[in-house]
Write a protein that binds this ligand. Sequence first.
Ligand SMILES: COc1nc(N)nc2c1ncn2[C@H]1C[C@H](O)[C@@H](COP(=O)(O)OP(=O)(O)OP(=O)(O)O)O1
Length: 253
Amino acid sequence: MRSFIKTFQTHGFYLAVGLWKYPQAHCTVSFRICWTPARNSRSPSSSFVWIGAIERDGIKRLVAKSERFLCTGQTMAIGSGEGTNQELVSTNLEETLPARKLLTLVIIHHEEKVLLGMKKRGFGKGYYNGFGGKVEKGETIEEAAARELEEESGVTATDMEKRGILTFHFDNDPVLWEVHVFYVTKFLGDPYETEEMAPSWFSVADIPYDTMWADDPLWYPLLLTGQRFKGDFFFTNTTTLTSHSIGVVESVS
Ligand SMILES: COc1nc(N)nc2c1ncn2[C@H]1C[C@H](O)[C@@H](COP(=O)(O)OP(=O)(O)OP(=O)(O)O)O1
């Protein structure tokens, strides 16, 4: 996390500005506060202006705005909600951003063919997909991608490269699924069937999109032509894709 906070005093006003960057969460939180302190305990009213914003993946969202604030002496706590401000939301990142679950997805592209696995159980059962799963506590996203690939297909990637980030929104789940997509062309070992996946090779022209997640035809062509991308996909009833946005980006780190 990169951050700074600065305070100034001028003409009877106090000003504080702050900025926090959370590169892991692709997120920047900033605020500006300006206030005049209460003059004495019999006159506890002071003016107070607070503007806060969260910027995530290039989208800025105003989260707090306050024009007059009643406070007594030292009780002016940022984000406490004390006072008359109706628009005050929160300065707590956890409360203002929806929870996210991190997952990985590895696609192997080798000699004009793509390795996909038929999911045998759990989420996505009956669909062909790349290999991946949830990032576990204490491991990096890259470590999770390599582990899931080995567990589900038996192969070890030797040139894994992150190429995309896909966010899935399900109408029956308040948690966003953030799937990090990795591209592999070199690996060790021969793929074999595991408890979770039955792998098969498909030529690029015959990728079985009709037995895959509905988002796949929207980003596989980008992946297989060397591009980096970010996308948002909205599903109802878990599997019906209702809307999406996807774009090519310079970097996905
Ligand atoms: C909703 O659209 C999706 N499209 C695609 N292409 N892939 C998806 C979508 N939603 C999830 N995925 C991927 C992400 C992961 O690779 C798997 C799901 O992982 P899973 O639930 O199987 O995670 P594991 O950690 O392996 O789980 P268990 O060990 O508990 O079975 O699907």
